[in-house]
Design a protein around this ligand. Structure first.
Ligand code: NAI
Length: 388
């Protein structure tokens, strides 16, 4: 697949606009369609401004900006997309609506066209179920903002052709992205493996072991994370983070490891959504005074250790279940959510025996399945193996 393939993007919201920009920057002719008549002109207007700023900053010449913008073609009718080689869907996150769109698209497109979905929480296999040729359907899960964040999770459904997955990986590389391949399971890699970053942090807070500022401080100052869990939840939006947590929990048939917290639900119910509402776990009003974190080094180390072993356990379990390879799991967390280190590499450095002992200790203390160690972790300790 090269620059000559014709791309179409459906849904001109946050993600679709970013994906259309990327495809145009990579040299493709891109059609953009949205069910809402205002959305495409608004998206293209926004992109003109984005490129105007890049020209102002000297990052792009006026000619180059004009060429890229010229590749973007608004479409007022789904039928205009006939003849596209690759269609990327980024519409509302609703299974029946996506299925109907995929069935309609398949009737329009050439038989060998590739149909991709940017869904973050639905099953690619379920969406492909609406198609007569599900082997041509794949998940291409970009991260927001799509033009800037390098990671793309490439998600074949259970009947997707191996060649479709290989072509998608190759195409994402030509777009300058870092693609990883993962199984069609809830949360894919990042949204699954990252759950304890939030969940265990909230749990530590709920138990009164530390306040939010201190928990964030531990993760940043000792862990090397760019942001702490609470400030990151405030940035993502507590409503969005809570929705992802609930959806992963339900999709795993209520596995206690992914159980959402009442603390987060209360935040959402009270409208404390984070930065966007001016207040979340922290206050973003002008003049608001931030509390100081505890300087108790032992407490900070305990906080980091507890959250980190939970993250490591999640990554090990994902490897155990064949969700992704060792390298892709580590790449996903460093490129998708900026973790300072891959979790499996971190596990080796920390010592697998220590990770296992910490989890066993937590499980014995709480008696909760939430802390059950992955069988792979136990086996590796028994066999004295490491991931790298
Ligand atoms: P958005 O709400 O910003 O945009 C969705 C657009 O789709 C709207 O313009 C809407 O008019 C249009 N639309 C709805 N139904 C349609 C239909 N049947 N046909 C054509 N257009 C239709 O949503 P956003 O945030 O861009 O998300 C889109 C998809 O990307 C969802 O599946 C979401 O789960 C996924 N996603 C979102 C991320 C995010 O951070 N916002 C990150 C990664 C994936």
């Amino acid at each position: 697949m090269d620059k000559s393939i014709k791309v179409a993007v459906i849904g001109a919201g946050t993600m679709g606009t970013g994906i259309a920009q990327l495809a145009a920057q990579a040299g493709h002719a891109v059609k953009l369609f949205d069910a809402c008549a205002d959305a495409v002109p608004k998206a293209l207007g926004g992109l003109e401004k984005t490129f105007g700023k890049l020209v102002e900053k000297g990052k792009l010449t006026t000619d180059a900006a004009r060429t890229i913008l010229g590749r973007l073609v608004p479409s007022a009718d789904l039928k205009d997309l006939a003849g596209s080689d690759l269609v990327i869907e980024a519409i509302v996150e609703d299974l029946p609506v996506k299925k109907k769109l995929f069935a309609d698209l398949e009737a329009l497109l050439p038989k060998d066209a590739l149909l991709a979905t940017n869904t973050s929480s639905l099953s690619v296999t379920a969406i492909a179920g609406a198609c007569a040729r599900p082997e041509r359907v794949i998940g291409l899960h970009f991260f927001n903002p799509a033009p800037l964040l390098p990671l793309v999770e490439v998600v074949p459904g259970i009947v997707t052709d191996a060649s479709v997955a290989a072509d998608s990986m190759e195409l994402m590389r030509t777009w300058g992205k870092t693609p990883v391949i993962c199984k069609d399971t809830p949360g894919f890699i990042v949204n699954r493996v990252a759950r304890p970053f939030y969940g265990e942090a909230i749990r530590i807070y709920e138990e009164g072991l530390a306040d939010m500022v201190t928990i964030d401080h531990a993760m940043k100052s000792i862990g090397g994370f760019k942001m702490g869990p609470f400030e990151l939840m405030d940035l993502i939006g507590n409503d969005i983070n809570f929705a992802v947590t609930k959806s992963v929990f339900e999709a795993f048939f209520f596995d206690p490891r992914y159980r959402p917290s009442i603390t987060q639900q209360r935040q959402v119910e009270s409208g404390r959504l984070g930065r966007k509402s001016g207040r979340g776990y922290f206050d973003y009003a002008e003049g608001a005074v931030a509390a100081s974190p505890s300087a108790d080094q032992e407490l900070l180390r305990d906080i980091l250790s507890r959250i980190l072993v939970m993250l490591i356990n999640e990554a090990v379990e994902a490897l155990h279940l064949g969700i992704a390879s060792r390298d892709d799991l580590d790449l996903a967390m460093t490129k998708g959510v900026n973790y300072p280190k891959g979790l499996l590499k971190w596990a080796d450095e920390k010592g697998l025996d220590l990770c296992l002992a910490t989890l066993d200790g937590l499980q014995a203390e709480y008696g909760e399945d939430r802390y059950r160690p992955s069988p792979l972790l136990r086996r590796m300790v028994r066999e004295r193996r490491t991931f790298y």
